[in-house]
Design a protein around this ligand. Structure first.
Ligand code: BES
Ligand code: MN
Ligand code: ZN
Length: 493
């Protein structure tokens, strides 16, 4: 990861290969921020006249480069457009910062004066700049023989805030781990490999980590995980990670992640096109592991327990068949009518386990339904909950992190769609409202616990890429959950 520091120097004497300053947009094309003014003065107004002459408009993310000719210590200045000052938020800065990361990727040392462009909130600006830059420079190159290369090694945030830097670094670090895990091909990231990665992350963060293998999964009666994993040569795993604060916990939060390392659909086989992205069907698990990898650094006052249910959903002679009945951890029997609705089966066990310990709230993240993507498109995750205070807390966290959530209803009247002729419930409802019936299915396993389900099927991966949201796995959810954890206490829900 790129090293981010707060230098003692100012814009005129900072040493770097390139210096980034900002400009806002107005009718006369652009207004320099104070650090850009300082550079302009050192260049005897050369900066502003260059921008005027080239018609620079300071629209969000537009970048203009010019040499400083020795007027300041840095040889090259990048002026970046910040859009209209009235509309400017931490999220704008995060986006701009991601774009800046790409624009400066050929330079080893980048200095930025953008950490001070939110004058009222230095910590938020530093955090947004750090997150945006680190996430915007992310590339998954593990399987490239030649790096296509981001050469930046150091980012120096002039005037930056130390607490904001710490916040931004740990959020980026957790998100990057989640992206790395979800981008890894399923041939190499099977349940046992995911468990190894979780174990390593727990160890470096000083967390307790427990991994249940197949015999233990059977003896603990995790019938959902066992059944989904049965069709694969790769045995399933249940991963538990625990963070305990130093003082008496202010509350207990349980996190649950769907960790299907590959979803072929099982015997209810997907189409070739439908399978292409299914190595990322463990993005919920990746987000949970990403959160846990940095939770000790965040040092929240609540206890956090994570449960990752991991299996590979494959068709074989051993695979669970449509029509089979399994028994989940909480004793409920499930008639499996579509083996492609497997996420809810593994989550049934993990949610039951979480509920057994009576946490103050349970939050699950899962790439659960295509229906949720139909409902909300690719940029919004669906949020379902039995507790409006938890919804409010998550919405606040999502506004801070810039990861979009939209609440969908747990429609009671649809619950009967899950009635089975021969078991307690069946695993699919009608086609319409599929994200809702999936959430209603999950609700069967949380008992009385306060619970929120986040369906991340849409935002877990990105086709295009924009600013700090790069192509491939997005690491969606890591930052929302970290923000929620940071403020979580019993009084909140
Ligand atoms: N992993 C998929 C959901 C998904 C689809 C995520 C596309 C991301 C992109 C899930 O396991 C699944 O297959 N769901 C089915 C449920 C159906 C059989 C009730 C779906 O959405 O089609
Ligand atoms: Mn599926
Ligand atoms: Zn799936």
């Amino acid at each position: 990861m790129i090293t981010v520091t707060i230098p003692d120097e100012n814009v005129l004497d900072v040493s770097a290969d390139i210096l980034v300053v900002g400009a806002f947009e107005n009718e006369d094309a652009c207004v320099l921020t104070s650090s850009a003014v300082a550079v302009d003065e050192a260049m005897t107004a050369g900066l502003l006249s260059f921008l005027h002459a080239t018609g620079f408009e300071a629209k969000i993310g537009k970048v203009s480069l010019l040499p400083t000719g020795g007027a300041i210590a840095v040889p090259l200045v990048a002026v970046v457009g910040l859009g209209k000052e009235d509309d400017f938020t931490a999220e704008t800065l995060r986006r701009v910062s991601g774009i800046v990361a790409s624009a400066t990727e050929k330079h080893q040392v980048v200095a930025s004066a953008l950490a001070v462009v939110l004058p009222d909130d230095a910590a938020a600006a530093t955090r947004a700049m750090t997150e945006g830059f680190l996430l915007g420079s992310y590339k998954y190159e593990v399987y490239k023989t030649d790096s296509t290369g981001n050469k930046t090694e150091t980012l120096r945030l002039i005037g930056g805030d130390a607490a904001g830097l710490h916040d931004g670094l740990l959020r980026a670090k957790g998100t990057i781990l989640a992206r790395d895990l979800a981008n890894q091909p399923a041939g190499d990231l099977f349940p046992a490999a995911l468990a190894e990665r979780a174990h390593a992350a727990a160890e470096s963060g000083g967390l307790h980590c427990e991994v249940w293998d197949l015999p233990k999964i059977k003896s603990e009666k995790l019938g959902g995980i066992e059944s989904v994993g049965r069709g694969s040569e790769q045995p399933p795993r249940l991963i538990k990670m625990v963070y305990v604060p130093e003082d008496t916990p202010s509350g207990t939060l349980a996190l649950v992640g769907k960790g299907i390392t590959f979803d072929s659909g099982g015997l209810s086989l997907k189409t070739p096109d439908g399978m292409i992205t299914m190595k990322t069907d463990m993005s919920g698990a990746a987000a949970v592991i990403g959160v846990m990898s940095v939770v000790a650094d965040l040092a929240p006052s609540c206890k956090v327990t994570a449960y990752v249910a991991s299996a590979e959903n494959m068709p074989s002679g051993k695979a669970i068949r449509p029509g089979d009945v399994l028994t989940a951890r909480n004793g409920k029997t499930i008639e499996v009518l579509n083996t492609d609705a497997e996420g809810r089966l593994v989550l049934a066990d993990a949610l039951s386990l979480a509920a057994e310990e009576n946490p103050d709230a349970i939050i699950d993240l899962a790439t659960l339904t295509g229906a949720c993507m139909v409902a909300l498109g690719e940029n919004y995750a669906g949020l379902f909950s039995n507790n409006e205070d938890l919804v409010a807390a998550l919405e606040t966290a999502s506004e801070v992190s810039g990861e979009h959530l939209w609440q969908l209803p747990l429609v009671k009247e649809y619950r009967s769609q899950l009635d089975s002729d021969i078991a307690d419930v069946k695993n699919v409802g009608k086609r319409y409202g599929g994200a809702i019936t999936a959430a209603l299915f999950l609700q069967e396993f949380v008992g009385d616990a306060r619970w929120a389900h986040i369906d991340i099927a849409g935002p877990a991966r990105v086709d295009g890429g924009d600013g700090y949201i790069t192509k491939g796995a997005s690491g969606f959810g890591v930052r929302i959950v970290l923000d929620l954890i940071k403020n979580f206490s019993l009084s909140q829900v």
